[in-house]
Design a protein around this ligand. Structure first.
Ligand code: ZN
Length: 305
């Protein structure tokens, strides 16, 4: 965990600003001020650029707060909302247990950016000067954020939507992670290729833009790879079945009774709620049918995949 400042606390979630956000803000002001100047936007192009960057950050925060609101609506707890170099991240504790919750929680962010984008572009229509320039830029970038985030690759919101759709249709969350994770990696490679080709551009800002794109590509690659690793764990967990791991011997007296039908995550949750070395597996009629040793589950998890 790198440093950061907590600027607020909403419904138990810390709103954290990372130092990289400030670095990014300074870069954006330096890049945008000359552009505002060339547009003749207001008496002080640097002030205009600062207002633009702050408005942009507020809209990124609103995007994250939409994720936060949806997660809270579904009863998930959110530990923090971070604003950093490449936008923001809402850390939701635990996973959504239903694909539709996952879909809604993911999609509200880009929808919020899209609505802010349209509203700002509409506002630009009825204003002029510096206000026009700021609203137009904020509107354009929010539409860009909405479109980029809806790319169907993890860790982007669109990737989470795709994962949820595959999860809903096939019943396998791990399959959704695999597909959306690999699309995320492919998108990262495509961005890297675009960034490299931009290095040979003619204009002054070509290198700056190329480096920014490269940073986005690396962030995407890391996020997609992390998701794929998690997907492997998910698949291993999904393969665990109490009945298959059952041993015929009579359970010890202190064994905790759990259902023989438990499998996957439900099995691990039941074991975590009642930590024990051995469990008495019971069938639908309450009859003990065998013993499940925690060590067998542990071994099966490590040997799977
Ligand atoms: Zn988002």
């Amino acid at each position: 965990m790198s440093g950061g400042w907590r600027i607020a606390r909403i419904a138990g979630a810390d709103i954290i600003v990372r130092p990289s956000l400030l670095v990014m803000g300074v870069i954006l002001v330096i890049v945008f001020a000359p552009q505002f100047e060339s547009l003749g936007a207001g008496p002080n192009p640097y002030l205009t650029a600062v207002v633009f960057v702050l408005s942009l950050y507020v809209s990124v925060l609103l995007h994250e707060l939409a994720h936060l609101a949806a997660a809270l609506w579904f009863g998930m707890s959110v530990s923090s909302v971070e604003l950093h170099l490449l936008g923001g991240e809402t850390r939701i504790e635990g996973d959504s247990r239903h694909p539709w919750q996952e879909l809604v929680t993911s999609i509200v962010g880009p929808v919020t950016s899209f609505v802010i984008g349209l509203a700002a572009l509409w506002g630009a229509q009825v204003t002029s000067g510096a206000t026009y320039s700021v609203l137009w830029s904020v509107g354009f970038i929010n539409l860009l954020i909405a479109a980029f985030n809806m790319l169907p690759g993890l860790p982007l919101d669109g990737g989470r939507v795709l994962r949820a759709l595959i999860w809903a249709t096939t019943g396998s969350e791990a399959k959704g992670v695999r597909v959306a994770g690999w699309i995320g990696r492919a998108a990262a490679l495509a961005l890297m290729a675009i960034a490299v080709s931009m290095l040979f551009g003619e204009d002054t800002f070509a290198i700056g833009r190329a480096l920014l794109l490269l940073a986005v590509a690396l962030f995407l690659w890391q996020g997609a790879s992390y998701a794929l690793r998690q997907g492997v764990a998910l698949a291993r967990i999904g393969a665990l079945r109490a009945e298959q791991l059952m041993r015929p011997e009579t359970p010890p007296n202190d064994a905790v009774p759990i259902s023989v039908d438990l499998k996957g995550r439900d099995l691990l949750v039941a074991m975590a709620e009642n930590p024990s070395n051995a469990y008495a597996l019971v069938d639908g009629r309450g009859t003990v049918v065998g013993t499940l040793f925690a060590s067998s589950v542990d071994r099966a998890y490590r040997e799977a995949g």
